[in-house]
Design a binder for this molecule. Structure first.
Ligand SMILES: Cc1ncc(C[n+]2csc(CCOP(=O)(O)OP(=O)(O)O)c2C)c(N)n1
Ligand SMILES: [Mg+2]
Length: 536
C-alpha cells in the first residue's frame, strides 16, 4: 500500500500503543504531524524542546512505557540533548524522532543542517538516520523495542526532509519487547544463600526495578526474608513507605552496620557511596550484564529481568526470624529520627523555614500523589521528607541532576494521570529554566500544583561555596520575585505566601483550582539543607 512516511511512522507508533507525542513545531516535522493527526494521536506542543524531551522522559517515568518526543532539525534536537542524557543515566525508555535537513542537498548548507547522530550517539542506546520512507516502519519498530528492553534508555532517529515521501510498504505487526534475559538460577541461589546467612542485610532498590515492574516479588521477598528495604530515585514507593520492611531515615545507620547490602536496579554511584558500605558484602542485582558494577568487589551478582530475579529470590527464601532484631533496631532509629523532624515540619518562624512547607504538604497528599522535584536544597528536603506509597510517584532528575525538568515532568504526569494530585517542588533558580512552559500547562489545562521555595538564591551552590571559600559569587537571584504574578499573567492561579500560617490554606486553594496553580513561598535564604557533600 502506498503511504507517506508520516503516516507510516504514526501507524507504527499507534501499533506500539503510543497516543501522545511531545513536540515544538518545526517544518521538518510537518509530515509526521500530519500522520499523527490522521491517527488521532495527541501532539502536545510546548515552548522549549527541553520541555518536550523532559516530558517524554517524564511520561516514561509515570507510565513505564516509552515516552516519545519529536524535535525539529538542528536546534530542536540540540535543545533536547540534556533531557536525552538524563534519560540515558536513569535508564528511562524514550524515543526521540528528529527532523533532518534534506539529504539530496547535504553539505550545501540547508537551513538547520546538522548531523545529529554523532552528537547524541554517546547519550543514547542507539541513534541512526532513517534513509528512506520505506524504512520508516521497521526503523521505528526497532527503535521502540530497543528503548523498552533492558537496560532501557533513549533511542534517537532522524528522518531527512526528502525521506518523508510515499513508499509502497506494508506496516508489520509491532514487535513485543522482551522482559530481558532470565537471570541465572545459580546466581540467584548464591544470593539467597548470602541473605539467609547474613545477620544484618539491607536491600536498596532503584529505577531499573521500577521499570521492570518488580514491586510484587520484591515485596514478597523482603517480607519473607525479613530484609529492610531502602530506595533511591524511582525505587521509591516500590515498597510502600508504611510497610513493615520499608525504611528511609535509618539509611546511614543501616549502611554503616549492615553485613550484607543488596543493590537492585541502581548503579553503585555517588548516591550509594560508590558501592562502599562499611564492611558489608555487596551484591549487585541488575537488569543486564553491562550494568553490573566493575569498580566494586562484589560478593555476588545477577544480571537479568529484575522481576524474575525477585521471583527467584522469593522462591528460595524462607521466613527468617534471625533478622528480626536487626529490623527492630532499625525501626527504633527510624522512629526516633521521624519524631525529631516534627519540630522542623511545624516550624512557625518568619522568614519561612522550607521544612514547614513539607509539613503542610504532607498532610494534604494522597497515597498516589505524584511529587516532582526540580531544584537544589528545596528539593533535597523533598527527598527526605516526602514519603512515597505507590510506584512511580516520586520523580527526581536522577543521577544526571539536571535542573529544568519541572514543567516537562509535570506536563507528562498531569496528562498521564489527570485524576491524581501532581505536585512540583521547585527552587526559584530551577523554575527559571522552564518557566515559559507554565504557558503549556495552562493551554493544556493540566491540573498541577507548583510550589516554589523562593529563597532568592541558588542555595545549593551559595551555601557550599561560603563554606569552602568563605565567600560566594554567581549565587544570587532577585529576592522576592513575584513568580505568582508571572503565573497569573500566563493564565494560571498564583499565590504569594510570606507567613507560615498561610501555607496550608494556599495549598488547599491550589489543589481545588482546575488547571495549574503556582504557590510562591518566600523562604529563609539562611536555611541550608544539612548535607555532608554535594559533589562526588
Ligand atoms: C542544568 C544545571 N545547571 C546547574 C546545576 C547546578 N546546580 C545544582 S543545584 C543548583 C541550585 C539550585 O537553586 P534553586 O533551584 O533556587 O534551589 P535552592 O538550592 O535555592 O533551594 C545549581 C545551580 C545543575 N544541577 N543543573
Ligand atoms: Mg533558590
Amino acid at each position: 500500500m502506498n503511504n507517506d512516511a508520516g503516516w507510516l511512522a504514526a501507524e507504527m507508533l499507534a501499533r506500539h500503543g503510543i497516543d501522545t507525542i511531545f513536540t515544538l513545531s518545526g517544518g521538518h516535522l510537518f509530515p509526521l504531524y500530519d500522520g499523527c493527526v490522521r491517527h488521532e494521536q495527541r501532539l502536545v506542543d510546548v515552548r522549549h524542546e527541553q520541555t518536550a524531551t523532559f516530558a517524554a522522559e517524564g511520561w516514561a517515568k509515570v507510565t513505564r512505557r516509552v515516552g516519545v518526543a519529536a524535535l525539529t532539525a538542528g536546534p530542536g534536537v540540540t535543545n533536547g540533548v540534556s533531557a536525552i542524557t538524563g534519560a540515558r543515566m536513569t535508564g528511562s525508555p524514550m524515543l526521540i524522532v528528529g527532523g533532518r535537513a534534506p539529504q539530496q542537498r547535504w553539505g550545501s548548507g540547508s537551513l538547520q543542517e546538522l548531523d545529529h547522530i554523532p552528537i547524541v550517539a554517546s547519550v543514547t542506546k542507539d541513534a541512526f538516520t532513517i534513509p528512506a520512507a520505506a524504512d520508516v516502519p521497521g526503523a521505528i519498530d526497532r527503535a521502540l523495542v530497543t528503548a523498552a528492553e533492558a537496560h532501557r534508555g533513549p533511542v534517537f532517529v532522524d528522518v531527512p526532509l526528502d525521506a518523508w515521501g510515499p513508499a509502497d510498504v506494508d506496516v508489520p505487526e509491532a514487535t513485543r519487547p522482551s522482559n530481558g534475559q532470565p537471570p541465572d538460577p545459580d546466581a540467584i541461589t548464591a544470593v539467597a544463600t548470602l541473605v539467609a546467612e547474613s545477620a544484618r542485610p539491607v536491600l536498596l532498590v532503584g529505577a531499573d526495578a521500577y521499570f521492570a515492574r518488580a514491586e510484587e516479588p520484591l515485596r514478597a521477598f523482603a517480607s519473607d526474608a525479613r530484609v529492610p528495604v531502602f530506595a533511591n530515585g524511582l525505587g521509591r514507593g516500590m515498597v510502600p513507605a508504611d510497610d513493615e520492611v520499608a525504611f528511609a531515615r535509618a539509611r546511614s545507620v543501616a549502611f554503616r552496620d549492615a553485613d550484607l547490602v543488596l543493590v537492585a536496579g541502581s548503579p553503585l554511584d555517588f548516591r550509594l557511596n560508590f558501592g562502599r558500605f562499611g564492611d558489608a558484602a555487596v551484591v549487585h542485582l541488575t537488569d543486564s550484564p553491562a550494568q553490573v558494577a566493575s569498580h566494586v568487589d562484589l560478593a555476588a551478582s545477577s544480571a537479568g529481568d529484575i522481576a524474575a530475579t525477585f521471583d527467584g529470590l522469593a522462591e528460595r527464601s524462607a521466613t527468617n526470624p534471625a533478622h528480626d532484631d536487626w529490623l527492630t533496631s532499625l525501626r527504633t532509629v527510624e522512629s526516633e529520627r521521624r519524631a525529631a523532624e516534627q519540630v522542623d515540619l511545624d516550624a512557625d518562624v518568619s522568614p519561612i523555614k522550607p521544612t514547614r512547607i513539607y509539613g503542610e504538604l504532607r498532610a494534604r497528599l494522597a497515597r498516589d500523589a505524584i511529587v516532582i522535584g526540580d531544584g537544589g536544597d528545596f528539593v533535597s528536603y523533598a527527598g527526605k521528607l516526602i514519603d512515597t506509597y505507590t510506584p512511580g510517584c516520586f520523580l527526581d532528575p536522577g543521577p544526571f541532576g539536571c535542573l529544568g525538568t519541572g514543567m516537562g515532568y509535570a506536563l507528562a504526569a498531569g496528562l498521564a494521570h489527570p485524576d491524581r494530585q501532581v505536585v512540583v517542588m521547585l527552587g526559584d533558580g530551577a523554575l527559571g529554566f522552564s518557566l515559559g512552559d507554565l504557558d503549556t500547562l495552562v493551554r493544556w489545562g493540566v491540573n498541577v500544583v507548583l510550589i516554589v521555595g523562593n529563597n532568592g538564591i541558588w542555595g545549593l551552590e551559595k551555601h557550599p561555596m561560603q563554606l569552602i571559600f568563605g565567600y560566594d559569587v554567581v549565587a544570587e537571584l532577585t529576592p522576592g520575585t513575584r513568580y505568582d504574578q508571572v503565573a497569573t499573567a500566563l493564565g494560571a492561579h498564583g499565590e504569594l505566601v510570606v507567613d507560615p500560617a498561610d501555607i496550608g490554606p494556599a495549598l488547599d486553594r491550589a489543589f481545588s483550582t482546575a488547571g495549574p496553580s503556582l504557590v510562591n513561598v518566600l523562604t529563609d535564604p539562611a536555611d541550608a539543607y544539612p548535607r555532608s557533600s554535594n559533589l562526588g
